[in-house]
Ligand binder design. Structure first.
Ligand SMILES: [Zn+2]
Length: 383
């Protein structure tokens, strides 16, 4: 019989190997027995974390969205709250309990699952933070939603009058007219992003429409208008007036009765030679009405005054396209004087002739102030 000397080198190595083997065996057994439930519970935890990561992503995208809006400083407090919860969330996500769930290393997952309670506790803590993060994201998105819809409520009607093509404004009106319901924060964000895209398109269309208007005004003002009644025959004056309006894409319609649907003029009808209707009816947008029943019509039709009259009505339209209303706040109670000034400054109407024809009509009398207001409107300041 060979006695093993426990102090010999060979014996020590054998003992160490045995220890390692035994530990490994115990460890493998532990994993083996746990295996049945490890998979299910890990799936559950992994799923929870994936959901929470979605919440975090939506929160981050919402911050980026709010920051991309005009005047993002108004959401500074809400953005800060969301960012604070994102930081808290990220700290929890870094803990070894959560890492042991999200890792792809099977051994690390197995080790983590040995302490199931601590994992669950970590997931629960994260869920509380994720819920708070989701709530703060909602507060932020609601604030952005409110500014966007307030802006629409205030200006939607004006945009409709301003744009050359109302398709997108009508789509916006349609979408804001419906109840909006969202099944998730991501849904809310996606819808707001799409509303914002549509709104940006509309605002660009408003700018384009004003730019087109200004180009047309330059062409219209460049059309030569003879000074004397006898320079053209009545048909010639009418053709000239038609060309002036046509250059702006506007038609002249002769009517026998004054009226813009349900609108009434502030002036007695005897003053009205021509009129322009501000209306959501697109058919009215590019029409100037001339009242042929007016006592002075025959005289007007045989003179350059006809062109000034048409230019005055075209100026109501220009102001409407620039401001979304023929009566912008900046004009105060001087709408008609400002409209005259606009026709002189931007459509080449004759200041002297207008003053002469409208003697005694204080409301229409131009001065330095009405010129300044017309110039502000042309620059895009409507008050
Ligand atoms: Zn007028």
């Amino acid at each position: 019989m060979l006695l093993i000397d426990s102090n010999s080198r060979g014996s020590r190595i054998a003992k160490n190997v045995l220890t390692v083997v035994i530990i490994c065996a115990v460890f493998i057994t532990a994993i083996y027995f746990k295996k049945g439930t490890v998979s299910d519970e890990n799936d559950w935890a992994t799923q929870q974390i994936e959901t929470m990561q979605g919440i975090r992503q939506t929160a981050q995208d919402s911050v980026a969205f709010a920051q991309s809006m005009e005047d993002p400083d108004q959401y500074a407090a809400e953005i800060e709250n969301v960012q604070q919860y994102i930081t808290d969330y990220d700290q929890l996500a870094k803990t070894k309990e959560i890492q042991s769930i999200t890792t792809h290393d099977p051994m690390q997952r197995a080790i983590g699952s040995l302490n199931r309670n601590r994992q669950q506790e970590a997931v629960s803590n994260m869920q509380v933070t994720a819920r708070n993060l989701d709530e703060q994201t909602k507060t932020l998105l609601d604030a952005v939603d409110k500014t966007m819809s307030d802006d629409f409520t205030q200006h939607g009607g004006q945009w409709l009058l301003q744009v050359d093509d109302p398709t997108q404004v009508n789509e916006l009106i349609d979408r804001y007219g419906k109840d909006r319901h969202y099944s998730s924060m991501q849904d809310l964000l996606t819808d707001l992003q799409s509303l914002q895209k549509l709104r940006s398109t509309v605002k660009q269309q408003v700018s384009d429409s004003v730019a087109n208007l200004h180009n047309a005004e330059v062409s219209t003002a460049a059309i030569a208008v003879p000074a004397l009644n006898g320079d053209l025959d009545p048909a010639g004056w009418y053709t000239l007036a038609t060309n002036v309006a046509g250059t702006m894409g506007v038609q002249i319609e002769q009517t026998m009765e004054y009226g813009c649907g349900d609108q009434t003029s502030g002036l007695p009808q005897e003053f009205t030679v021509a009129y322009y209707c501000q209306s959501s009816d697109r058919a009215q947008r590019n029409v100037v009405h001339i009242l042929t029943t007016h006592p002075s019509w025959t005289q007007t039709a045989r003179s350059p005054w006809l062109v000034d009259v048409v230019k005055h009505e075209l100026s109501h339209r220009s102001i409407m396209i620039s401001c979304g209303t023929i009566q912008p706040a900046i004009a105060g109670d001087r709408t008609e004087a400002v409209t005259n000034s606009y026709s002189v400054l931007y459509l080449g109407a004759d200041r002297g002739r207008i003053a002469e024809q409208q003697q005694g009509l204080a409301e229409y009398a131009m001065d330095e102030q009405s010129d300044q207001i017309a110039s502000s409107i042309h620059d895009g300041n409507c008050g």
